[in-house]
Write a protein that binds this ligand. Structure first.
Ligand SMILES: [Zn+2]
Length: 300
């Protein structure tokens, strides 16, 4: 297969009729022999990696393992230790996998889940950025029947409860972005949910307005929050029958498999965007490896 010219200034951009093979080179990071191509019009030389997210990566043979470890409750530092790479490499790979998983997840949703969700459940999970005075809200949507995670959004919120006062004094500029986060979440799932779907959630005051706006004919059932049980990271509830089991179980899975979300952990998020990357990476792993859908090709 001959690749297309990646040079956007070339008249043959994205076309391969004037591209020829131009020998090989040895890629130093994994000692593989790589085919080089050349565009006869702009004389640019390139390989299959040119323009891809992996371009220029050095420890690429560690990628599959980093992907698995980061979705299995191993911290960034421990991943680096196990694989004998630097922590910086793992941080950069987290960003890379976040980006790649977002593309992969989006592709999977548009190809397989369009207008198919009959029972949607939504909820918010609270985490923190460095300090409990800087909480983050993770809004999640799942398909209760297939159990796919349809979307997550991370938004900054203000400290609440008995920390509200201290939060206001210490971080007066912190704003509440929860509504923006929910808007992005609903924008991302609006094409996946059937018109007359059943939507279940807790009694959060923002949900009814969003559900009315995005799914006007859907049936919304709101349930009172229940007490959490010890198993399941406080997310599974202490009742006989939990109508929100799908979303609560998904939240428990997130808490049990993403180290920074584990309760009472000493791993914390320093940058909300990295939490988003980590969540997108986990969704990719969860939808492909744990639910095991044959349509889903894992990111590797
Ligand atoms: Zn060209």
């Amino acid at each position: 297969m001959i690749n297309n010219c990646p040079n956007s200034e070339c008249s043959k951009f994205q076309k391969n009729d004037d591209v020829v093979k131009d020998g090989f080179f040895k890629r130093s990071c994994d000692s593989r022999k790589i085919q080089r191509f050349k565009c006869k019009v702009c004389k640019k030389k390139f390989s299959r990696s040119t323009g891809k997210l992996e371009f220029g990566q050095k420890k690429r043979r560690e990628n599959p393992m980093i992907f698995k470890l980061l979705s299995s409750c191993v911290s960034l530092r421990r991943t680096a230790k196990i694989l004998n790479v630097s922590r910086g490499t793992v941080v950069r790979r987290l960003q890379y996998f976040g980006e790649k998983s977002r593309i992969q997840n989006e592709k999977f949703k548009t190809l397989n889940l369009k207008n198919s969700v009959e029972h949607l459940q939504i909820d918010d999970l609270v985490s923190k950025e460095n300090s409990k005075l800087k909480p983050l809200s993770v809004s999640i949507a799942v398909d209760a029947e297939s159990r796919y995670i349809l979307g997550v959004e991370v938004s900054e919120i203000r400290a609440f409860g008995h920390l509200a006062q201290r939060g206001r004094i210490k971080y007066p500029k912190r704003i509440n972005q929860h509504k923006e986060g929910l808007t992005n979440l609903f924008q991302g799932i609006k094409d996946l949910v059937k018109e007359d779907a059943l939507i279940r959630s807790d009694e959060h005051k923002f949900y009814p307005g969003f559900i009315k706006e995005y799914f006007p004919v859907a049936k919304h059932e709101a349930y009172k929050g229940e007490k959490g049980c010890i198993a399941g990271q406080g997310e599974l509830k202490k009742t006989k029958h939990d109508p929100l089991f799908a979303i609560n179980h998904t939240c428990a899975m997130l808490r049990a498999n993403i180290n920074r979300l584990v309760r009472k952990t000493w791993c914390t998020t320093k940058d909300p965007q990295r939490l988003k990357d980590h969540l997108d990476l986990f969704i990719c792993y969860f939808n492909s490896e744990i639910i095991k859908d044959s349509n889903f090709v894992p990111t590797q």
